[in-house]
Design a protein around this ligand. Structure first.
Ligand SMILES: Cc1cc2nc3c(=O)[nH]c(=O)nc-3n(C[C@H](O)[C@H](O)[C@H](O)COP(=O)(O)OP(=O)(O)OC[C@H]3O[C@@H](n4cnc5c(N)ncnc54)[C@H](O)[C@@H]3O)c2cc1C
Length: 488
């Protein structure tokens, strides 16, 4: 009885929340409620998909990691308020708990979903979330869409307010970089020199914009778009500019170009491709995207090679410069896998190679989100994806794995994009196709079916939700697309 009571006290102490703020050494530990963050829980942004994962709760005592489950039983009435009382009452009802520290490196959707899933699976280990970002995890998809257009406010961006972290007993370190991981000693070293031993470590470090490999690409006035700060600064610059050049015709480049044009700027989109996203989505879809962008007033400079950026000019090989008061480079991203590489984790395609449970090549280290090259159970192979919904899904699996639950990643990856006010829905393994057939439904609606050796590997739709859902099923079941002949 005494032991159970003291364990409960210890559990309460463990779930005490600390939120460490940079530049605040005197009163370094403050509760999230001290922060001036949006106190209203934001709903999920509509242009990305979240999908339930195939998981199960921890099956009794059997599946916990090496140290094994502990059970905390107490007849002491619980007096902790709100959500925390619920967590503690889960302990109290006899669900096994882990008493280890989980260190999550990263401050994006994969990191947030990992800590959420860890708690929801009933684990009560100490949780530390270390993020290089200055803000609590926030929505990135709006940054190139409604936020850039000036149609949504910055205080609508946080995914959860500070109270969420307090209630779930999650210690958050903002503006703190994890600098080294020592899997032998199970220690993470932070940029401020502090070290954290861990029972489990989840790497959710995401990706960063790739600078163009040309002179001047990182010079003053050349903008990139990944973080909330960059988005705020871009939006501020857009408010004062009349002209813009966007370099890169991936989704972020196309979305940002359309958003800037809708703000009234004269926008030039420069791309090496012969059509926006031609390599990724095929010629049919690329032509549609081109028409949409031109419709929004964006001028396209296609098949153009950037030689340098200097003083508001983007110098192009063999043709006239593209000029803009505002220059945004959207040339793709690089996974943030440096810490993993130095720690000796197996990498492939520049990402941390993990199985369907998000386990890396090293014991007790998991990875999730853009930084992961994860095995997808439905695809039967590893995939590199950079989608919001997948970051959430993989983060969830990682959190459940750390909690000892059975979880695996087996969804068809996909995302929604918005170019101006047109929504595209895309689901695909994303690693190639040998045929792309566009079906025009009239009134601008269309479906592109992607196949490889006659088997559906992707679907892209605009105003054709029925096909999108059907496509997801066909991809998962490895069936041919509807309008192609059956292959044996
Ligand atoms: C403008 C924009 C629009 C987008 N729109 C869409 C969309 O419509 N649909 C869609 O599916 N996807 C979209 N994406 C992509 C989507 O946002 C990413 O796939 C997703 O954010 C990946 O999540 P993540 O958690 O893996 O990594 P990230 O969101 O990149 O988060 C990683 C975090 O880790 C932190 N970090 C990195 N290294 C360290 C370290 N060593 N120590 C501590 N912290 C570290 C970073 O500061 C960052 O906070 C968009 C992306 C951008 C930039």
């Amino acid at each position: 009885m005494h032991r159970a009571a003291s364990e409960l006290t210890a559990a309460r102490a463990r779930v005490r929340t600390r939120l460490y703020l940079p530049g605040d050494p005197g009163a370094k530990r403050r509760t999230p409620s001290d922060l001036n963050v949006n106190q209203q829980k934001t709903s999920q942004y509509p242009v990305y998909r979240t999908s339930p994962q195939k998981t199960s709760r921890p099956p009794g005592r059997a599946s916990f990691p090496r140290e094994g489950p502990r059970q905390v039983r107490s007849r002491t009435p619980l007096t902790w308020p709100g959500e925390l009382a619920r967590i503690l009452s889960v302990e109290n009802s006899g669900v096994p708990v882990t008493a280890e520290r989980l260190v999550v490196v990263g401050g994006g959707p994969a990191a947030l979903e990992a800590v959420r899933a860890y708690r929801e699976a009933g684990a009560d280990g100490e949780v530390v979330l270390v993020s290089a970002d200055e803000y609590l995890p926030y929505n990135r998809p709006p940054l190139s869409k409604d936020f850039l257009r000036g149609e949504s406010a910055e205080d609508a961006l946080p995914l959860e307010d500070g109270d969420f972290y307090r209630r779930h007993g999650i210690e958050v370190r903002l503006e703190t970089r994890a600098q080294a991981l020592d899997p032998g000693r199970r220690v993470v070293t932070l940029s401020d020199g502090e070290t954290f031993g861990y029972g489990w470590c989840i790497l959710a470090t995401g990706a960063s914009p790739k600078p163009l490999p040309v002179p001047g690409a990182e010079g003053p006035g050349v903008r990139y778009l990944r973080s909330r700060r960059q988005a705020r600064e871009l939006r501020g610059a857009a408010a004062a500019a009349r002209t813009a050049v966007v370099v890169g015709s991936g989704f972020i480049g196309c979305e940002a170009a359309a958003s800037l044009a809708r703000r009234g700027l004269a926008v030039t989109l420069v791309s090496m491709e012969d059509g926006p996203q031609a390599a990724r989505l095929g010629n049919g879809a690329s032509q549609v995207l081109r028409a949409w962008l031109e419709d929004d007033g964006v001028s396209l400079r296609l098949g153009a090679e950037v030689e340098a950026i200097e003083g508001g000019r983007v110098r192009l090989a063999g043709e006239a410069d593209a000029e803009g008061e505002l220059i945004l480079v959207a040339g793709g991203v690089e996974p943030e896998a440096g810490i993993a590489a130095e720690a000796g984790l197996a990498l492939e395609a520049g990402r941390v190679k993990v199985d369907e449970h998000m386990r890396s090549s090293v014991a007790r280290v998991l990875a999730a989100g853009d930084v992961a090259f994860a095995f997808n159970g439905a695809a039967g192979r590893h995939l590199a994806v950079e989608h919001w919904g997948e970051a959430l899904a993989m983060g969830r699996v990682a959190g459940q794995t750390a909690a000892g639950a059975q979880a695996s990643w087996a969804e068809v990856p996909g995302f929604w994009s918005a170019i101006g006010d047109r929504t595209l829905k895309y689901a695909a393994w994303g690693d190639g196709f040998d045929d792309a057939s566009l079906v025009d439904h009239g009134d601008g609606a269309f479906t592109v079916w992607y196949s490889q050796e006659g088997v559906t590997v992707g679907v892209l739709t605009h105003d054709a939700d029925h096909d999108y859902e059907r496509g997801r099923r066909l991809i998962e079941q490895r069936q041919p697309p509807p309008q192609l002949p059956h292959h044996a």
